[in-house]
Design a protein. Structure first.
Lengths: 308, 327
């Protein structure tokens, strides 16, 4: 982007917005009390620091424009314009205050959700790749199971939840079942497809090298399926979260979904909104972790092919 | 597999011509009869078991179940040419048989958690009014959220993907917002929006929107730069560019994405029906009966949801075949 007056103007806007937020926030100290406003002001300053650190690239100020405008609009609406019941539309300072007051419970919820999600992922990956590798190797079984799996994978796994809760011993196992089965089908289908698309020449090489069936699966097919597996996982992150939240809302007693559902039942909407933000944080952590693991596990694949 | 064919080919070469012909003729004949017999035999066996081994528990009339098995057996004859179809039929008949034997013939106490197939089929007859109403309600809700969701997300996604500036600015925000399950908003939306219908439609809209929007951005931005340059050189009008180039370019991936969007939308609707004050709907039917521990109806509701989604997905596939005739 070339430097022009417009461009300088456009770089300065977010700082003006920040100043407006700070002024409005300081003005609210006297009616609301400083312990209420302090976390919000600290949060705004942290955002501004982030902007100053990252602000070199041209798109960062624009992204912060959007964030600041959003916060400002929310602040003004909930503090000055809202004429409906105040607790339905809590102000941003109230929501940030929840993080201040409830941080232990929120961190515990994040850990609990994370544990359930990772267990679900682990079960689905082990079963999905394992069964997929075995079934994909036998053409007849593959042709039989693929259409069935495609029908079953389209059924939203949350539908099973009421029945799973009744059959399985605890809510937690029912939740784990729902998450694992929801993730299992896409991984299974993808593995079967990958195995059946394996280059015929590679098969012949393995046969020339006199590789056994298990060697073939472990040393050839498993690494071959890795990039596809990671792509499926990245694509399934949103549906995994959907299942996680759904399962937690169905009656578990910990986790972010539970946190939101619990406080909806008590009509504490500031905590509900804080729960939304917490999920955003959790999603970002999982996404970042996934990218990291992917880069680590696929360091032998060149970066262009990693995204296939 | 390639090796197999080669050895077979070599083996057949060694045979004299006439015997090879007769072997081939035999091969052509045998798949007609023997493989079809296997699923049919399983089917008949299950029917016989159902009819003649007495139930050890109090069960509903088995007419429907036998009728279903016979119907499946007849429909098998239309697909008898394909080996995979025969295998699938065999598997389905076997599973139905195991279900029947385990729940009705092998135990002598009736568990409310494990209904027999007869009972499940019976609910479709006895409860048909509520089920039909549920299908109707769910379809209306889905249509009202789904269609606007597709149109708006495709429109905005293509525009965002086309402009480098908009993409660079919006993509980081969208990447954080997309995986946040719209499910989580449902309890809040049910409270702040005026009616349950509005809340459900809003949530379905959001789930479809987030499912397609980021995908559209990626698809359009990964378009061949030569093609993009060509449209610039030829000075194509923006409207023409949108409808004649970008939309057809993105159409296959939109249609590929629809089943995923449908599953997500269904999941969200199901959850909303659980939380809000729904009066009917397929998810509501499952929830409502789970609350009264009527697990027979829960199981039939789950199966019904599966069939509904399978039909919708096959419609999407048909649509894709009909619309994308240039691939």
């Amino acid at each position: 982007m070339k430097t022009s007056i417009l461009n300088i103007f456009y770089r300065i806007i977010p700082h003006f917005l920040f100043a407006a937020i700070m002024i409005l926030g300081v003005m609210q100290i006297s009616p609301k009390g400083s312990e209420q406003m302090l976390p919000f002001l600290v949060f705004a300053v942290m955002l501004e620091l982030l902007l100053i650190i990252l602000g070199r690239k041209w798109e960062i100020p624009a992204i912060f424009d959007i964030i600041y405008v959003f916060i400002l609009a929310w602040f003004i609406y909930s503090n000055y314009l809202n004429t409906r019941v105040a607790f339905l539309f809590p102000a941003p300072d109230v929501v940030i205050g929840v993080f201040w007051a409830d941080i232990l419970l929120i961190i515990r919820s994040i850990f609990s959700s994370f544990k359930l999600l990772m267990l679900g992922f682990a079960i689905a990956i082990i079963l999905g790749t394992g069964l997929g590798l075995i079934c994909g190797n036998i053409p007849r079984v593959r042709n039989m199971l693929l259409p069935i799996a495609q029908v079953l994978s389209a059924i939203p796994a949350l539908v099973y939840a009421p029945y799973a809760i009744a059959v399985l011993p605890s809510f937690w196992t029912a939740g784990l079942f729902v998450i694992s089965i929801g993730l299992f089908w896409p991984i299974f289908i993808n593995t079967i497809k990958m195995v059946s698309n394996l280059d015929k020449e590679l098969y012949d090489y393995t046969r020339t090298l006199k590789l056994g069936k298990w060697d073939l699966i472990y040393h050839v097919l498993l690494p071959y399926c890795m990039p596809g597996l990671f792509n499926t996982l990245t694509m399934q992150i949103s549906s995994a979260f959907m299942l996680l939240i759904g399962a937690e809302m169905m009656g578990m007693t910990s986790g972010v979904g539970w946190y939101v559902k619990y406080y909806v039942d008590f009509s504490v909407y500031k905590k509900v909104l804080a729960g939304f933000i917490t999920i955003g944080i959790l999603v970002s952590i999982v996404n970042a972790g996934m990218t990291l693991v992917k880069r680590r596990a696929l360091n032998w694949v060149d970066s262009k092919r990693q995204n296939i | 597999m390639g090796g197999f064919q080669t050895t077979e080919y070599l083996a057949s070469c060694r045979l004299t011509e006439s015997s090879a012909d007769s072997a081939a003729a035999e091969k052509r004949k045998s798949p007609e009869i023997i493989p079809v017999c296997i699923p049919l035999a399983v089917c008949i066996a299950v029917i016989l078991i159902t009819l003649f081994i007495p139930d050890r528990i109090e069960n509903d009339s088995n007419t429907l179940f036998v009728g279903l098995l016979a119907g499946l057996g007849i429909s098998l004859l239309f697909f008898r040419k394909k080996q995979s179809a025969r295998d699938i039929y065999t598997l389905v008949f076997t599973l139905l048989g195991i279900w029947e034997v385990l729940t009705a013939k092998a135990t002598d106490h009736l568990s409310y958690l494990t209904p027999t197939p007869e009972m499940v089929l019976h609910t479709y007859v006895s409860d048909h009014a509520m089920i039909l109403k549920g299908i109707g309600t769910t379809s209306i809700f889905l249509a009202c959220g789904f269609i606007p969701g597709i149109l708006i997300s495709v429109f905005l996604g293509i525009l965002t993907g086309w402009s480098l500036r908009a993409r660079k600015i919006l993509l980081p925000i969208v990447k954080v917002l997309t995986p946040i399950p719209p499910l989580i908003y449902s309890p809040y939306l049910v409270v702040i929006l005026p009616s349950f219908f509005a809340a459900s439609v809003a949530i379905i809209f959001m789930s479809v929107f987030w499912c397609l929007f980021i995908n559209m951005i990626f698809v359009v931005s990964s378009m061949d730069p030569k093609l993009a340059d060509m449209t610039r050189v030829m000075n194509v009008k923006p409207v023409t560019r949108f409808f004649r180039i970008l939309l057809p370019y993105a159409l296959p991936s939109i249609l590929d994405r629809l089943p995923l969007a449908l599953t997500a939308a269904f999941m969200v609707l199901f959850n909303a029906e659980m939380i809000g004050n729904a009066m009917s709907g397929m998810g509501y039917y499952i929830q409502f009966n789970a609350r009264f521990a009527e697990y027979t109806k829960v199981v039939s509701g789950i199966i019904l949801a599966g069939i509904f989604i399978a039909i919708m997905n096959s419609l999407f596939r048909r649509l894709k075949k009909a619309v994308i005739n240039w691939q």
